[in-house]
Design a protein around this ligand. Structure first.
Ligand code: CMC
Length: 430
């Protein structure tokens, strides 16, 4: 043991080994702490708890660095494609030409979903939020591919489920939107790329040829890359926790979708646009909203601001902000919400409340502005996030299973009543 920390508890010294990552991150290994001392660690929200080691994504929140498998997010967003990144995250390396071609072909061959799933789908009212529909249908895939329940599948069988998920998720996501609109469903077209196909399932009229705007296709591909993984965030941790019980891959991913839905996580992108719309409708007074966000008697927060790990500008937000003007210009769209977002950012970043707490725009702050310009409706924003995050969830799940990690089961410190006798109903005063 080269590095360690010493803990003195009730006069006795204990040695805690230090684990060091490839980027020199340090962690105390407390796995034997309870056995040796009777103590557990307490850390609500896992703010300072490492759940595992991982070779997938590196993030330095102080410096604003994000890398997938060692590649800088800026470089991947500029030069790569979403499917290349998906392969990189899941299998560890960027694919060569032949590997990518096979990966794409395999995904293309599995884009259809079983027709019986339409019956489930038909049961959802049009008022259903597309995230709820998506999570339910992804979970329902287990019923259609029941061998996914076997925790001892071969690598080839596991890969087939991974391909199915990557292939069917755009179909299910677009159908969740069609359900909301009450439109007929569009089937996948295998001649199109991953992003083109998603756009045609969302927007094509069944009777007309559909040619997605290359600007929109490129912007979508970039946004999916930027969302593809973010190490042990709430939804990835959920996928790992659910998967650690050896539930099926589909159940674990459905759980991840549900975790992402919340407004403090991926649901923030919908909330940001609703907040900007409200500011716009109320005359554009950004200062009033900055003051409200600071007021501890108000529940209002600046959505799209702040992050558990970034104490610097979120590098993804920087790229998306840069892409906003470019995409809107190319599409000939002018959106007053972009001006409000920029004003809001400027006002917040000058304010000591935000400066002291190191609250910067996060990935969700500007993404909605681009999605709006692309014609994606607000309720679909978190679905878009889920579509992008899918390879990350799969990579986290696969790594967890390959490392044979134990079932996740945190401890607690109990603070309730101590043992008391049962009081019969007639004698109870309250
Ligand atoms: N507006 C106003 N105050 C804020 C905000 C905000 N958006 N975010 C944090 N704070 C304050 C918070 O009130 C607290 O102040 P104090 O120290 O006086 O009590 C301090 O900053 C620390 O915040 P926290 O809630 O303890 O930090 P956290 O790490 O638990 O929460 C967060 C992180 C992202 C949930 C939070 O910043 C937030 O609610 N942001 C708005 C929602 C949002 O944009 N979520 C998307 C996150 S990025 C996409 C993703 O990966 O999910």
């Amino acid at each position: 043991m080269s590095r360690y920390a010493e803990l003195i508890f009730e006069g006795k010294k204990y040695i805690l080994p230090v684990v060091e990552g490839t980027e020199k991150e340090l962690g105390l290994d407390i796995s034997k702490l309870r056995d040796e001392t009777g103590l557990i660690t307490l850390d609500a929200g896992f703010k300072n708890t490492g759940s595992n080691t991982s070779a997938i994504t590196f993030l330095d929140g102080e410096l604003g660095i994000l890398r997938y498998r060692g590649y800088a997010i800026e470089e991947l967003a500029e030069k790569s494609t979403f499917l290349e990144v998906a392969h990189l995250l899941i299998y560890g390396e960027l694919p060569n030409k032949a590997t990518l071609s096979n990966f794409q072909k395999d995904i293309t061959m599995h884009t259809l979903v079983h027709e019986d799933m339409r019956k489930i789908f038909d049961g959802f009212p049009a008022s259903s939020h597309p995230m709820g529909v998506l999570a339910s249908l992804v979970c329902a895939l287990t019923a259609f591919y029941p061998n996914a329940l076997d925790p001892n599948l071969s690598p080839a069988e596991t890969d087939l489920h991974i391909i199915r998920l990557l292939a069917k998720m755009p179909t299910l996501a677009a159908w969740a939107y069609k359900n909301e609109m009450g439109h007929p469903l569009n089937y996948p077209k295998n001649s199109l790329s991953y992003c083109e196909n998603f756009l045609q399932m969302m927007f094509a009229y069944p009777t007309e040829d559909f040619h997605p705007d290359p600007v929109v296709v490129d912007a979508l591909d970039k946004l999916l890359i930027l969302h593809a993984d973010h190490e042990q965030n709430c939804s990835a941790a959920t996928v790992r926790v659910v998967g650690s019980s050896h539930a099926s891959l589909y159940s674990a991913i459905a759980a991840g979708i549900n975790a992402l839905w919340g407004p403090l996580h991926g649901g923030a992108n919908q909330e940001v646009i609703e907040m900007l719309q409200e500011i716009h409708a109320n005359g554009g007074n950004v200062k009033k909203y900055v003051e409200m966000a600071k007021d501890k008697n108000s529940t209002f927060r600046l959505m799209g601001f702040g992050h558990r790990v970034y104490k610097n500008y979120d590098p993804r937000a920087k790229i998306i902000k840069g892409a906003c003007d470019n995409v809107l210009n190319k599409l000939g769209v002018s959106d007053p919400l972009l001006d409000i977002a920029k004003e809001l950012e400027e006002a917040a970043l000058k304010d000591s409340y935000f400066v002291e707490r190191k609250l910067y725009p996060n990935v969700d702050f500007y993404s909605g502005v681009i999605y709006r310009a692309m014609g994606i409706p607000t309720e679909m924003f978190t679905v878009m996030f889920a579509l992008g995050r899918l390879p990350g969830w799969i990579a986290q799940w696969r790594e967890m299973r390959q490392m044979k990690l134990p079932i996740s089961r945190p401890r607690q410190i109990y603070t309730g009543a101590t043992l008391r006798p049962y009081v019969p109903m007639g004698n109870r005063e309250k």
